[in-house]
Design a protein around this ligand. Structure first.
Ligand SMILES: N[C@@H](CCC(=O)N[C@@H](CSC=O)C(=O)NCC(=O)O)C(=O)O
Length: 290
C-alpha cells in the first residue's frame, strides 16, 4: 500500500501505519477554492487486493481534517470493513482568505455552500469542493470501486444531508450525527446563510435539508432509500441550532425513510461520535456492499 502515492501536485504531509492500513493527510492546491487544502485519507488494508468504496466525512464548526482523524476512532472499523475514509477541511484557508472573528463564520465554518456574497464569494465554494473537485482528485488517485457515501457531524451533518439529497445518484447512502437540519430557521444557519448567500431566503433552500426533502416530494422525485441520524439528548445545541424533530416531521410528510435515534446522556462532542461511529460505518458498508 505504500504504492498509493499522491498524484502530481499533491503532497503527502502525514503517513501513519494504522490497523494494517494507513492514515494519511494529503495537501493540494485547489483551483476551485483558490488556496491550498488538506484532507485526511484512511487507506484500509483491503486496497492492496483491489478497489474499495469511499465514505466522505464532513466535519463541524471549528474543525480541520485533524479532529475526525484523531478523535473519532474510525480507522479500526474502516480497516475491518474495507472502507476508504476521506475527511476534507471545513473551509478554504489562508491569509488571503476572508475570515471572521467568530467561530461560526469564515475559516472553519464554510457550511458546505457556494457563497455568492462578497467577501466570501472569492474562495468559499465548499459545496462544489466536496461534491466534485475533491472526489475527482481522490477517486482518480486510488483503486476506487465507484461506490461512495457521505456522513458528517453538526455543520457537517447538514452538509452530508444536503449533498446526498441533491445528488442521490452519486451517494449510496447518508448518515449524520447531530446535524443542523433546518439551517434557515436556526441561529448557526441563519447567520451563515445570510453572510454567504445574502438575505433573500429563497436562495437558502438549496442548502436546507428540511426544504430539500419537502421539495423532492413536491416535485414527485423519489426519496432517498434511507437516512440514519443519531442525536445526543444532552447536546447543549439541541433545541437551539439542532432541531431533529423538524426533519422527522418533514420526512414523515414527504415519505422519506428516516431512522432518528435519540441517545440519552450524549452531548455534542467527539465522545458521542466515537460511541456510535462503528454502527454508522457498518451501516454504510452494508449499503456500499463492502
Ligand atoms: N467552540 C464553540 C463550539 C464549537 C463546536 O462545538 N464545534 C463542534 C462542531 S459544532 C457544529 O458544527 C466540533 O466538532 N468541534 C471540534 C471538536 O474536536 O470537538 C463553542 O464553544 O460554542
Amino acid at each position: 500500500m505504500d504504492t498509493i502515492t499522491p498524484p502530481d501536485g499533491v503532497s503527502r504531509i502525514e503517513h501513519h501505519a494504522c490497523f494494517g492500513g494507513w492514515q494519511d493527510v494529503w495537501q493540494h492546491r485547489s483551483p476551485l477554492l483558490g488556496c491550498d487544502m488538506r484532507f485526511g485519507l484512511y487507506l484500509p488494508p483491503q486496497l492492496e487486493k483491489g478497489p474499495c468504496p469511499i465514505v466522505y466525512w464532513l466535519s463541524g464548526l471549528t474543525c480541520s481534517e485533524q479532529n475526525f482523524i484523531t478523535k473519532a476512532g474510525a480507522q479500526r472499523v474502516a480497516a475491518e470493513l474495507g472502507l476508504v475514509v476521506v475527511v476534507p477541511d471545513t473551509s478554504p484557508r489562508g491569509e488571503g482568505v476572508a475570515d471572521d472573528e467568530n467561530y461560526d463564520l469564515g475559516q472553519g465554518a464554510g457550511f458546505y455552500v457556494n457563497a455568492t456574497e462578497a467577501p466570501w464569494d472569492t474562495h468559499y465554494r465548499m459545496y462544489d469542493y466536496v461534491v466534485a473537485e475533491l472526489p475527482a482528485l481522490v477517486e482518480k488517485a486510488l483503486p476506487f470501486d465507484g461506490r461512495r457515501s457521505v456522513m458528517g457531524h453538526s455543520m457537517g451533518g447538514h452538509g452530508a444531508l444536503v449533498v446526498a439529497l441533491r445528488n442521490p445518484d452519486r451517494y449510496a447512502c447518508a448518515s449524520a450525527f447531530a446535524p443542523i437540519v433546518a439551517p434557515s430557521e436556526v441561529p448557526w444557519g441563519r447567520k451563515a446563510l445570510t453572510a454567504y448567500l445574502g438575505s433573500n431566503e429563497a436562495h437558502w433552500a438549496a442548502y436546507d435539508a428540511c426544504k430539500l426533502v419537502a421539495a423532492r416530494a413536491r416535485e414527485g422525485r423519489p426519496p432517498l432509500a434511507e437516512i440514519l441520524i443519531d442525536q445526543g439528548e444532552d447536546d447543549d445545541f439541541l433545541g437551539v441550532s439542532l432541531t431533529p424533530e423538524r426533519f422527522e416531521a418533514e420526512c414523515a410528510a414527504a415519505g422519506q425513510p428516516l431512522t432518528l435515534r435519540r441517545q440519552p446522556g450524549y452531548d455534542h462532542s467527539y465522545y458521542f461520535i466515537a460511541s456510535f461511529l462503528p454502527e454508522h460505518l457498518a451501516w454504510h458498508a452494508e449499503r456500499l456492499g463492502s
